[in-house]
Design a protein around this ligand. Sequence first.
Ligand SMILES: [Zn+2]
Length: 359
Amino acid sequence: MATHLSKNAVVMLWIGLLAASATAEAAVKVVATQETYASIAREIGGDRIVAEAIVEGAADVHFVKPKPSYAVMLQDADLFISTGLDLELWAPVLVNKSGNRAIADGGAGYVAAAHGVELMEKPTSLDRSAGDVHIFGNPHIQTSPVNMSVVAANIATGLCKVDPQGCAVYRANLAAFQDRLARRLYGDVLVELLGTATLDPLARSGRLVSFLEERGRLADLGGWLAEGLPFRGRPVICYHRDWTYFASLFGLIVVDYVEPKPGIPPTARHVAELIERIEREDIGVLVSANYFERSKPQLIADRTGIAPVVVPMSVGGEPGVETYFDLVDLWIARLREAFARVDGEGGLTVAQLRGADGR
Ligand SMILES: [Zn+2]
């Protein structure tokens, strides 16, 4: 009897082990260039996937040295997510080195995050002679939550291709993520009143706030866009041309850049011109990603009193920034703080701004 039981126990143990290993093998392995994409893949994939990023959140994705260990990460990846423009020029080299053809551009396991995103700043002529690193249009799509809804859909489509059995789960998680994102961006009232099919194009073109103002409905605006009202229409200097989508969405006016061209380090002459312009036009805030050198922005701040705002550009770029929602929260909070400092304690609140609209 005892022998019989232990035989059963052994059989059960083996069944358990096989089931466990089958589950482990079934997990879809996702590798993304950036932590922001990996974090969105986790939202869509849930426990059907494991996702990791090649570069840390605080790294500059334009310039990554392709290490052999990165190619090893890609060897057994089922899905690879990259922006798909010229932001991660180092990525195709790594994919090539990994020998994993399924995740190469055009393969079933490749997701171009920017697919279907309406690109801004598309150059009219292709000229790399000046060293410009944005030759297809602005690749910093993650600065707009509207774009990230499209990115999430691209990731869900990619997951469905490599794991058709999980597709219903991915579609459901995508819908939930997009709904959360929209409610955080516009507030519940507008999402329920107008829906994203109306809101997204208005927001993308930067016309949503004026659309609401013209109809006397600005009070319906909630979420991040309402939180961003205090800095709407205000001029800023940016280090790099990476805030284009954010600026368009939130009505921030980027008047100049510390870099004379994207990817080109600032010259002393350009810095001197900027200092003169900041003083002449009374520009209050300078925004820079946390991976750029700090000396030029600091020099400009010391000379002009402009408030420097240093922020991560990706999930994981600073402690506590674990999701895309955390990232956008942080961007808005830092900008509000900086403008409040510039204005002194008497800066208008969101409620006051809405009140000023006549209701
Ligand atoms: Zn760039």
